[in-house]
Design a binder for this molecule. Sequence first.
Ligand SMILES: C[S@@+](CC[C@H](N)C(=O)[O-])C[C@H]1O[C@@H](n2cnc3c(N)ncnc32)[C@H](O)[C@@H]1O
Length: 215
Amino acid sequence: MYFIPEALDDYVVKHSEDEPELLQQLSRETYQKILQPRMLSGHYQGRLLSIISKLVNPKNILEIGTYTGYSALCLAEGIQTSGELHTIDINEELIDFQRKYFDKSNYGKQIFQHLGNALEIIPKLNKTFDLIFIDADKDNYPNYFNVIIDKLNIGGILLSDNVLWSGKVIEPIKKDDTSTKALLEYNTLLKEDKRIETVILPIRDGLTISRKVTL
Ligand SMILES: C[S@@+](CC[C@H](N)C(=O)[O-])C[C@H]1O[C@@H](n2cnc3c(N)ncnc32)[C@H](O)[C@@H]1O
């Protein structure tokens, strides 16, 4: 969905940074071969993730929801040379696709793939992070927040995708719509939690930026 008129949206994209060639390839191959290609962050949001990561210049990055690796590669653009990016996905069919593109990039050796349920994997990661991106199953967003918050360093940034859920967050909720319910709970959780400060950006499907201010 477009939060601003489509023509203005096109203008915004045209006057933002170009999409790197490798990400154009990754995107093309995802659309040709992989189910649900619209899940991929894409050109504009990808450039936003990249510039945020460059501003943060994180040592360690955590991503929940790798899919074909597009957003991981955008986030990696800001990583420190000694840093690591850990990305988790439950779908084993995507692992080789992701690795192919990670290894074609400059960040292959810094990117670590984890296969499985993020809620089980995150507690076992013995690391803290300066940048975390949540972009997996919406029903678990509140649970993801609870498992990552102690692993986010003070001053660290949490990015959360799809928080406006095509505008469903302000519509009457259908009884069986667990994703919208979870996102409503999540958006309130972020707004009220005193450990972070939060701003929602009405970009693409809604992207929240939260900064950890205290333990
Ligand atoms: C929206 S896609 C991620 C898109 C990717 N971040 C990008 O921008 O290119 C969501 C991904 O989350 C994964 N996923 C869903 N539930 C999960 C879970 N419980 N643990 C880990 N990954 C999960 C799915 O397999 C899917 O690949």
